[in-house]
Design a protein around this ligand. Structure first.
Ligand code: AMP
Length: 497
C-alpha cells in the first residue's frame, strides 16, 4: 500500500513525498479513504502511530474546495494542550504548502485581538483548545455554524482535563450534518457516550498501541530504593549508550530538582513542566530538539504528545500513577522505525502503580539487571527478585523474554501488595542465595548529592496503598492554565502579527 492508493490529490502526494514518507502507517491507510468519503470516524490510536497525518491529509483535500467566510471557520480541530495544537498546526503547514489554506490557532495567552483579526479574515482550519474557543464563542467573536468538519483529538486526555462539558457545548453549536472525527488512545465510558451522542454511523479503527506492541521499544523496570533513584539514573545515563533522553517524574518539584541535580553532575539537562511559562517551555524544548541539551526532564502534562524525534531513551524516574501515562511516556522513544529503550524505576511505593501498568499493557516488563546495581535498596526485596549475579561482569543490556525473568518472584516484586506493601522490604531468609550487591562503587558520582526521598515518602501512595491507583496528580496537580506567554509561532496565519 502506498499513499497514491488512498485517494489523495496529486498536490498532496507531492508534499507527502517531500516529507519523506513512503508508506502510510496503519491508521493512515485505514482512516484516509473513509475521511475522504466524508464518513464519521473513531480512531483508537495515540501519538506515535501517525494519527495526525491521518486526519490532516484528507482534511487538506476536503478543504481545497470551497470558500472562506469571515468569522466562520470551515473546520475545527480540538486539542487538549497548546503544545499539541501547535504541533497539529505544524503538520498543516508541512502538508498544506501546495494549497491556499488559512489556519488560525486559538490557544490561551495569545492576544485575543490577533486571533479575532485572523478569524475576521476567514479561516479554513481553526485549531483550538476548548477553553479559549469557548471564551471567544461566548463573546460572540466566532460563529461555528459554517464548521462542517470537526476533529476531537486525544479525547481521553480531554476527559482527564475536564474538557468534556465544553466539548459537548461546542458540538451542539456546530451544524448537525457535519463530519466528525474522534481520536482517543482509550475508550472510557464517557468518551463512548460522547461518541454515541455526536457521531453518526462512524467507521471504527483501532491500531496497535505503540507501547505494548511496538517491538522498537525495549522496556525494563529497575528496582530501586526511593533514596537511590538519582544514583541509579546517573549510572544508566552513563552506561546505557544514551544519546538523548526524556526523564519523566510525577511531580513538578521532582522535575525541577532532578534537572538541577543532573546539571550539577555534569549532564546537559533541561526541564519542562507546568509551572514554566509557555515561552520558557518552548525555549527548553527547542534546545532539546536542536541538540543543545541531550536530556529533558519532564512532567506528563508538559510533555504530552510532543513529537521529538530520535530520543534514544525514556526514563520513568517515578512509575506513573496513571497507567496510560506509561504508554504515552515511552512512546516518545522508538518512534517511526527507530529503536529506543525505556526504563521504569520501581520503588516500594510504586508496587501498585507498576502492577496497573503491567495490567494495561498485558504483560510483565522484564526486570533490568544492571551492572553495579546502582541505586538498589539495601533491602531490595525478596531474594528471588534480586539478580543472580549475571549482571556483575557487565550490564545485561538486551531485553529478555518475560519468561526468563526470575520466576514467580517477578510478580511478587511488582504486584500490588496493597495490604502490606512494606513487608516486601524485609529480606526473606528462605529459598535462594542472596547475591551481594555488585562491587562497582559509583561513589564518585553519588557523593554530596541531595537525597530526593521526601517527595516519595510523603506521596499518598505510601500513606494509603489501597488508594494508590487513583491519586493521580493529587499531590501536586499540574494546573492546566490557559495562558500562552510566548510568541505566536511564525508559521501561523495570524495576519495581525
Ligand atoms: P503522530 O502519531 O501523528 O504524532 O506521528 C508520529 C510521527 O510519525 C511523526 O514524527 C510523524 O512525522 C511521523 N509519521 C507520520 N506519518 C508517517 C509515515 N507515513 N511514515 C513515517 N513517519 C510518519
Amino acid at each position: 500500500m502506498n499513499f497514491a492508493d488512498l485517494g489523495l490529490s496529486d498536490e498532496l502526494l507531492k508534499s507527502v513525498e517531500a516529507s519523506g514518507y513512503t508508506e502510510p502507517t496503519p491508521i493512515q491507510a485505514q482512516a484516509i479513504p473513509s475521511v475522504l468519503m466524508m464518513r464519521d470516524l473513531i480512531g483508537i490510536a495515540q501519538t506515535g502511530t501517525g494519527k495526525t497525518a491521518s486526519f490532516v491529509l484528507p482534511m487538506i483535500d476536503i478543504l481545497a474546495h470551497g470558500r472562506r467566510r469571515a468569522l466562520m471557520p470551515r473546520s475545527l480541530i480540538l486539542e487538549p494542550t497548546r503544545e499539541l495544537a501547535a504541533q497539529v498546526a505544524e503538520n498543516f503547514e508541512k502538508y498544506g504548502k501546495n494549497h491556499d489554506l488559512k489556519m488560525a490557532l486559538l490557544i490561551g495567552g495569545v492576544q485575543m485581538g490577533d486571533q479575532v483579526k485572523a478569524l475576521q479574515d476567514g479561516v479554513d482550519v481553526l485549531i483550538a483548545t476548548p477553553g479559549r474557543l469557548m471564551d471567544l464563542f461566548e463573546r460572540g467573536k466566532i460563529l461555528l455554524t459554517g464548521c462542517n468538519l470537526l476533529v476531537i483529538d486525544e479525547a481521553d486526555r480531554m476527559l482527564d482535563m475536564g474538557f468534556i462539558p465544553d466539548i459537548e457545548t461546542i458540538c451542539s453549536k456546530l451544524p448537525g450534518n457535519r463530519q466528525t472525527l474522534l481520536f482517543s488512545a482509550t475508550m472510557p465510558p464517557p468518551i463512548k457516550k460522547l461518541a454515541d451522542k455526536f457521531l453518526s454511523n462512524p467507521k471504527y479503527i483501532e491500531v496497535a498501541r505503540p507501547a505494548s506492541n511496538n517491538t522498537n521499544i525495549v522496556q525494563h523496570k529497575v528496582r530501586v530504593s526511593a533514596r537511590g533513584k538519582r544514583e541509579a539514573l546517573r549510572h544508566l545515563l552513563k552506561t546505557d549508550n544514551v544519546s538523548t533522553a526524556i526523564i519523566f517524574a510525577n511531580r513538578k518539584t521532582t522535575v525541577r530538582e532532578l534537572a538541577k541535580s543532573l546539571q550539577q553532575s555534569g549532564f546537559s539537562a533541561g526541564e519542562i513542566h507546568g509551572d514554566m511559562d509557555q515561552s520558557a517551555r518552548n525555549a527548553e524544548l527547542q534546545k532539546f530538539k536542536d541538540g543543545v541539551i541531550s536530556i529533558l526532564v519532564a512532567s506528563d502534562v508538559a510533555a504530552r504528545g510532543l513529537d521529538v524525534k530520535g530520543v534514544s531513551h525514556v526514563f520513568n524516574y517515578d512509575t506513573p500513577w496513571h497507567p496510560d501515562d506509561y504508554v504515552h511516556r515511552i512512546g516518545r522513544t522508538g518512534r517511526a522505525g527507530a529503536t529506543g529503550r525505556a526504563f521504569t524505576f520501581v520503588a516500594d511505593e510504586d508496587a501498585e502503580a507498576i502492577a496497573n501498568v503491567e495490567k494495561l499493557i498485558g504483560g510483565k516488563i522484564p526486570l533490568f539487571e544492571a551492572d553495579g546495581d546502582a541505586g538498589r535498596s539495601d533491602d531490595a526485596g525478596p531474594p528471588a527478585e534480586r539478580p543472580t549475579g549475571r549482571g556483575r561482569s557487565g550490564a545485561k543490556r538486551a531485553a529478555e523474554p518475560v519468561a526468563a525473568d526470575p520466576v514467580a518472584a517477578e510478580s511478587d516484586a511488582a504486584a500490588p501488595s496493597s495490604k502490606q506493601p512494606h513487608q516486601r522490604r524485609a529480606p526473606s531468609r528462605g529459598g535462594r542465595t542472596v547475591q551481594p550487591v555488585a562491587a562497582e562503587p559509583l561513589a564518585d558520582i553519588s557523593s554530596g548529592d541531595p537525597v530526593d526521598a521526601p517527595e516519595q515518602v510523603s506521596a499518598p501512595v505510601t500513606a494509603k496503598p489501597k488508594q494508590a491507583a487513583k491519586p493521580r496528580r493529587a499531590a501536586e496537580p499540574e494546573a492546566i492554565s490557559d495562558e500562552w506567554n510566548g510568541p505566536v509561532p511564525g508559521f501561523l496565519n495570524v495576519s495581525a502579527l
